[in-house]
Design a protein around this ligand. Structure first.
Ligand SMILES: [Cu+2]
Length: 260
């Protein structure tokens, strides 16, 4: 009798534990009830696009010693460098988070994307290094390395988490409850690993990539404060007014000498 009870209960406990740890992947992005319609008339919506230019001599980032993690070290042909400042070949700055900080009608409610935001641990670094997502959206955290990673998110406004992923292929999911610019993510095993995520109630954000460009679409016509955030060089803001169907181009310029 006792053995029978044990067989019934233990699998239930195990699956409950897996669910509690977010180990099953997927996850309902905001749940079915969250699928409200997009609240902006896209036939008259506006676009803000532009680039983040870097002015001055790009700093040389330190190399990362991965000699104790051959599974990561072997993914590189040259010693990997820190991603704090990445200046693209065209003179633009990568990993700048650009978002609408103010000016948006605060009564607008936006649907939570069904697609997850992703962060991957590959070669003992995070990819992407800087990214954005919405409140309530699922963040999928993947380990592509055959080493133990420990994802430690340290928000101030949201609930933090600390997840151990000992095996390659593992995916964990989490969400953030309120807006926060920016939440640092690190690894307790590898002190050099760092990433930042910006969490917003709306979809008006973008991160400068390999060409330094950013694009924010589907904006209602209006006047907005756009902020550009960089982990080393801080923030800059600019005011932009867009009319119906208009596309405005904005340039941010980061000058290390002026901002340090
Ligand atoms: Cu790690």
């Amino acid at each position: 009798m006792r053995r029978f009870w044990f067989r019934l209960v233990v699998p239930g406990l195990v699956s409950a534990w897996i669910a509690a740890c977010g180990g099953e992947g997927g996850g309902a992005a905001g749940g079915e009830a969250a699928q409200i319609p997009f609240p902006v008339d896209t036939t008259t919506a506006a676009t803000i696009t532009g680039t983040v230019r870097f002015e001055g001599t790009p700093p040389v980032m330190p190399t990362i010693d991965m000699s104790e993690e051959p599974a990561c070290r072997d993914k590189y042909t040259e010693p990997p460098r820190a991603q704090t400042v990445v200046v693209n070949p065209n003179g633009t700055l990568k990993n700048v988070f650009v978002y609408v900080k103010a000016g948006l009608d605060t009564t607008l409610r936006f649907p939570v994307p069904r697609d997850s935001a992703w962060i991957d641990q590959s070669g003992c670094r995070y990819e992407p290094h800087v990214f954005g997502m919405q409140v309530g959206q699922t963040l999928a955290i993947k380990n592509s390395d055959a080493v133990l990673h420990n994802i430690n998110a340290k928000p101030t406004a949201n609930r933090g988490f600390n997840i151990s992923q000992p095996q390659a292929g593992m995916v964990s999911t989490r969400t953030f409850q309120v807006p926060e610019i920016m939440i640092p993510i690190g690894c307790d095993v590898h002190g050099w690993m760092s990433a930042y995520v910006g969490v917003l109630r709306h979809p008006y954000f973008s991160t400068s990539g390999d060409d330094g460009s950013f694009t924010i679409t589907r904006l209602p016509p209006g006047t907005y404060t756009l902020e550009a955030w960089h982990e080393q060089y801080g923030t800059q803001t600019v005011e932009v007014t867009v009319g119906p169907n208009e596309t405005k181009t904005v340039e941010f310029v980061f000058r290390p000498a002026a901002t340090s």
